[in-house]
Write a protein that binds this ligand. Structure first.
Ligand code: UDP
Length: 425
């Protein structure tokens, strides 16, 4: 036991299965981040095991994504979907399963990168029993989330305390934007070490198709004015604001205007309920004829939809990073987004997109109309958007930032061990 292979690391994502189908219920940006970071780190020479909680007895225990990159599903609590707010009580079992996995494999990870507060708890627990470097990405901060909701769930105080302990004690926290770092400092703690490494996107797959070809493939007329939303059905996403903005658009009487609201949903689940509510508003505002709901988009659908659109709208009330924005930008489609969170970092207003105050349907309508009525502005913003993504927001550049951080922390810890053993001698 305790044989350590220095380049073998674990990504922990208890609630965001990197091998899951993305784009519905709770599967969104975190799942994409973990899978893509895992794959890109593998290309950079790391051997990556990604741990998540099993959600059904039919799921395989191990999914091999690439020769040195796999998802490992541990059984912790019932093998069924449980909302994130209910998972905490099963974490001790998750830790035990992870320890048993290491025992079985005959080695221990030297470095883990945890994702979301539940996984940070797993990492901190594990660290009590083995020498370990822990890097953490929050994906969402309780302190920010709870400031915008009227009722806090029962788990709120545990989450806030865990997020604080994590920031103050783990080896390094990764903020995905300067805005997220600012929130950590002002709302969580002034202690602890934070590096900023953004999220990324697939710059080869996204951006390979031109607008006319994408429209042909999706049967969209060449002269249509397409406004696109992509994402989960969740109130925080502000889809209602977008629908109300379209109702106010000066192009509304124009028969070419089309609104596409893409994302998965299941009847009766929380996303199904939000989808029904949005459909109700669409109907009430008389927008049924110009609005479509294509459902969940797969990895191969996404580049087509983004490329076909004239503008992609991200109307979130709050967004820690917002992968959808950079996916659209990678496809040269400009973004109109809420002036919040990570969107303020990715979207540079008037340069590669437009930012407007969240929940301000009039401001969204104006910004959308500006782009729809001026193809030159659309193309210029889209071109600069693509450049920004290529230079700083590819998964490979993210993985290279993370690799540097991991190497630095690993070499520092080797130094500390060597030094302390010398002192002991
Ligand atoms: N997504 C998808 N299919 C859909 C809707 C969304 O694959 O039908 C993906 C989308 O491409 C993006 C992720 O889900 O990669 C959403 O991440 P984002 O950071 O925008 O939001 P989150 O879901 O984390 O709140």
């Amino acid at each position: 036991m305790s044989m350590n292979q220095i380049n073998r690391i674990a990504l922990i994502s208890v609630t965001g299965d990197p091998a899951a189908e993305i784009g519905q219920e709770e599967a969104g940006g975190q799942n994409v981040y973990v899978r893509q970071v895992g794959l890109a780190l593998t290309k950079a020479g790391w051997s990556v095991d990604m741990f998540t909680r099993r959600l059904s007895p039919d799921q395989s225990s191990i999914v091999q994504h690439a020769p040195n990159c796999r998802t490992i599903r541990l059984t912790a609590g019932p093998a069924t979907f449980i909302s994130r707010d209910e998972v905490f009580g099963y974490l001790p079992e998750f830790v035990k399963q992870l320890q048993a996995f290491q025992q079985k494999e005959g080695f221990q990870y030297s470095l883990i990168h945890s994702n979301y507060w539940l996984s940070s708890w797993v990492g901190m627990e594990l660290k009590k029993h083995q020498p370990l470097i822990q890097v953490h990405t929050y994906h969402s901060l309780g302190a920010v989330k709870y400031s915008s909701v009227s009722e806090r769930p029962a788990i709120a105080s545990t989450r806030l305390a865990t997020e604080k302990a994590c920031l103050e004690t783990v080896d390094r926290v990764v903020a995905t934007s300067p805005q997220e770092k600012e929130h950590m400092r002002s709302l969580v703690s002034t202690q602890g070490l934070i590096d900023i490494i953004p999220c990324g996107t697939d710059i080869e797959r996204l951006g390979a198709t031109e607008r006319p070809a994408a429209r042909q493939q999706l049967n969209i007329p060449a002269d249509a004015k397409i406004v696109l939303y992509v994402g989960r059905f969740d109130r925080r996403k502000g889809i209602e604001t977008l629908v109300r903005a379209i109702a106010k658009s000066s192009l509304r009487g124009n028969s070419n205007l089309q609104l596409i609201i893409a994302g998965g949903y299941r009847l009766g689940a929380s996303d199904g309920i939000e989808c029904d509510r949005i459909r109700g508003i669409v109907k009430e505002l008389g927008l049924e004829a110009i609005t479509s709901f294509p459902g969940r988009l797969t990895e191969s659908d996404l580049p087509m939809y983004y490329a076909a659109a004239d503008v992609c709208v991200v109307p979130s009330h709050y967004e820690p990073f917002g992968l959808v924005a950079i996916e659209a930008m990678a496809c040269r489609t400009p973004v109109v987004a809420s002036d919040v969170g990570g969107l303020k970092f990715t979207v540079v207003p008037e340069v590669n997109g437009l930012l407007v105050p969240p929940q301000d349907e009039t401001a969204f309508a104006k910004a959308i109309d500006r782009i729809l009525s001026d193809p030159t502005l659309r193309d210029n913003l889209g071109q600069t958007a693509r450049q920004r993504v290529e230079t700083v927001l590819s998964w490979d550049s993210v993985a290279s930032g993370l690799s540097c951080l991991y190497n630095k922390l690993l070499s520092q810890s080797a130094f500390v061990t060597e030094k302390s053993s010398q002192v002991a001698a």
